[in-house]
Ligand binder design. Structure first.
Ligand code: WTA
Length: 665
């Protein structure tokens, strides 16, 4: 049983006794060394990897301005370390990847030997078709086993992969291809989602056309056959059927791993920020490798016999770090599944845990809340007794969901690690270390090695120095150190990297999250303090959605904010001003606006509520005061203070907008 003390849940003695780190004192010793002497700390861990050439310096840079290099001068290959090095350690016949497709019978097991062979064959097929080191290549692939295989194949030959989440529209895909100048893409003929066959290739084709219109010709589209009987049109001079390539005699089962410089780019992952266009976080080879390996090992207290199941989509950072790289670097067995948690029945995850005897389960609060609402028989009919540790990621976990998760999934026996981090970080930054100290529902707990978080008071002018908040005082969560997994820059936008992260609180990395620290040193994340929202674990920028709404000819102004949603965590509330000359009904326009967002960004970004307003609450210099709109959307109208209203050019609009607020159904 986990033991409860106040709101602190301690791991059981049995758990502690088998854990890598068994006390808070031991954790603190390691953390202190990681901050005071990072070279010794990370250098010691990195020795376990395969290097073609050792590094000459562990760390070089200036963390205060985001200039970071790790394992300087070293040469390595992350794919080699994920596969070949595991085989050399005797794990060739161990299962590396368990794939569960949507059709139950479509279940595949790949040993480390199998995976290496597939990866090499894909790598050779890509190489034969001209993909080479340094090329950016967009992977518009859903959760099929070929996605991790292609990622590893790219890493093996030094091509920089950019995985674009399958739920993004052709427009959003094209934006990302244009932003990184990728002339090559891998996609699929189709995939399964809730019993439907989805045609990914049509979106891919449209994105290529949009790129061509914007001056970027796509040279190659490689198509993976996920569906057997799903014909899609091929454009002969551009498209290559990978299945046919892989059958060629000249495609060998072995492909040497490229010797990559420690700081060579590994991948670009696009994420949303406060301004319109998506940001391409650039992650490089060795630092990301060492960091994902270490976080996976200690946070999930990973042991050789564990079966690890992370439910994220590989199209987001969580899937990159904790379905693919982190687990494989540890020689683990990692599970991936296709489709959604509720199809064909709401017991998909419980079934997969039972079927594969999963021991560590990592999911998101939004998923937990959705599954909590299902009949309890769905969970009770499965044997979850193999589970020994649970994880949560993506947003603060509300205590109700935490307790349900702990009781029904963890049988009051499994510790829960609430892991706080972000795309920019490469791996987890704040979490419980499960054998070392307890969890408090709703708190992400303590910093991981190499991470020094500080809560700072917000500054009103550029001259003010940074001031730390008191214990329990809410402030801006910033980071005062460099850890190996941190992004190196925003691809092609070094100034945006500087201005976006290192100027808000000069000398610190600004995370965009609010937080406070309690007397035990535990961090409590209070959510984003910028214009970023988290809808069902999908990170979106409200400005991107406003841009989409404004592209509708009848809309003259738009402001989008997040508001709390019972299952999704947050949902989007759009306030829009209609052109006076518009003749269409509000209902028709509402439908059109939803369609515009769906096509510009994707279904995940469609606002749940759209309210037509006469005027926005603007301050005297004409800026929309979003804080007020957030309060209205969240039904916290009483909390709108006089001082907020007094700065408005037209204070009366607040009542007007509040009266017409769209309630919950
Ligand atoms: C939020 C996902 C509270 C946070 C890994 C962060 C969390 C953003 C947690 C990053 C957590 C993630 N508790 N909030 N455990 N995990 N967040 O880039 O607001 O998709 O800044 O990375 O998600 O989202 P991203």
């Amino acid at each position: 049983m986990t033991e409860k003390r106040d709101d602190l849940y301690l791991p059981s003695r049995e758990f502690v006794e088998q854990a890598h780190i068994q006390s808070r004192a031991e954790y603190e010793r390691m953390w202190k060394q990681s901050i005071e002497d990072p070279d010794t700390f990370w250098g010691y861990i990195a020795k376990d990897f395969h290097w073609f050439k050792p590094w000459t310096q562990v760390y070089r840079g200036e963390p205060e301005i985001g200039d970071n290099e790790w394992f300087v001068g070293g040469k390595t290959n992350i794919c080699y370390n994920c596969l070949d090095a595991q085989i050399e350690k005797g794990r060739g016949d161990k299962v590396a990847l368990l794939f569960q497709g949507e059709p139950e019978a479509d279940c595949k097991r790949f040993t480390y030997n199998d995976l290496l062979k597939h990866v090499c064959r894909f790598a050779n097929a890509l190489k034969k078709n001209g993909v080479k080191k340094g090329d950016r290549i967009v992977l518009y692939l859903p959760m099929i086993w070929q996605l991790p295989v292609v990622m590893l194949a790219c890493a093996r030959i030094g091509a920089v992969h950019t995985v674009v989440f399958g739920g993004f529209s052709a427009e959003a895909l094209a934006d990302r291809m244009l932003a990184c100048g990728a002339k090559k893409m891998v996609t699929t003929n189709g995939y399964w989602r809730s019993g439907q066959k989805i045609n990914a290739k049509a979106n891919a084709d449209k994105a290529c056309m949009l790129c061509a219109n914007a001056g970027l010709t796509i040279d190659d589209v490689f198509v993976v056959d996920r569906m057997v009987d799903f014909e899609v049109p091929y454009i002969t001079y551009r498209d290559t059927a990978l299945s046919k390539e892989l059958m060629l005699d000249e495609i060998s089962d072995y492909c040497p791993a490229e010797k990559m410089d420690a700081e060579d780019p590994l991948f670009i992952m696009y994420t949303s920020g406060s301004t319109g266009s998506p940001k391409g976080t650039l992650h490089t080879t060795a630092g990301y490798m060492v960091y994902t390996y270490t976080t996976f090992k200690y946070i999930f207290d990973y042991k050789e016999d564990d079966i690890f199941f992370c439910t994220a989509d590989i199209g987001w950072i969580t899937g990159h770090s904790y379905i693919v790289y982190g687990p494989l670097l540890n020689g683990a067995t990692t599970v991936m599944y296709e489709s959604v948690p509720t199809y064909p029945e709401p017991d998909r995850f419980w079934h997969i845990i039972d079927k594969f005897k999963v021991t560590i389960f990592y999911t998101a609060p939004t998923v937990i809340r959705a599954l909590m609402n299902q009949d309890i028989q769905w969970i009770e009919k499965h044997d979850l007794s193999t589970l020994r540790l649970l994880g949560s990621v993506g947003e603060p976990i509300n205590p109700e969901a935490w307790h349900w998760y702990s009781h029904y999934v963890g049988h009051d026996r499994c510790p829960i690690v609430d892991t706080w981090w972000q795309t920019e970080a490469g791996g987890v930054l704040i979490s419980t270390i499960p054998g070392a100290f307890g969890s408090k529902p709703g708190s992400a707990a303590l910093p991981f090695f190499g991470v020094k978080p500080v809560v700072l008071r917000s500054r009103t002018s550029g001259d003010e120095p940074a001031v730390e908040a008191d214990v329990n005082e809410k402030g801006e969560l910033c980071l005062a150190s460099a850890w190996p997994g941190i992004m190196r820059t925003l691809y092609g936008e070094p100034e945006r990297h500087q201005n976006g992260y290192y100027t808000q609180q000069p000398g610190y990395f600004f995370t965009g999250d609010g937080a406070y620290k309690d007397v035990d040193g535990y961090f409590w994340i209070t959510g984003r303090i910028d214009d970023v929202v988290n809808i069902s674990g999908h990170r979106l920028g409200t400005v991107e959605i406003e841009d989409a709404l404004l592209s509708h000819p009848a809309i003259v102004e738009a402001a989008v904010v997040g508001y709390p949603h019972k299952v999704k965590g947050e949902d989007l509330y759009a306030f829009v001003i209609l052109d006076k000359n518009s003749k269409e009904s509000e209902e028709d326009i509402r439908k059109e606006l939803k369609a515009v967002v769906r096509s510009d960004i994707g279904p995940i970004a469609v606002p749940g509520k759209i309210q037509f307003v006469r005027e926005m609450p603007k301050n005297r210099s004409g800026k929309v005061v979003r804080r007020i709109l957030r309060k209205i959307a969240s039904n916290e109208i009483d909390e709108i203070s006089d001082s907020m209203i007094n700065i408005l050019a037209e204070p009366g609009v607040v009542d007007e907008i509040a009266q017409n607020r769209i309630g919950d159904k």
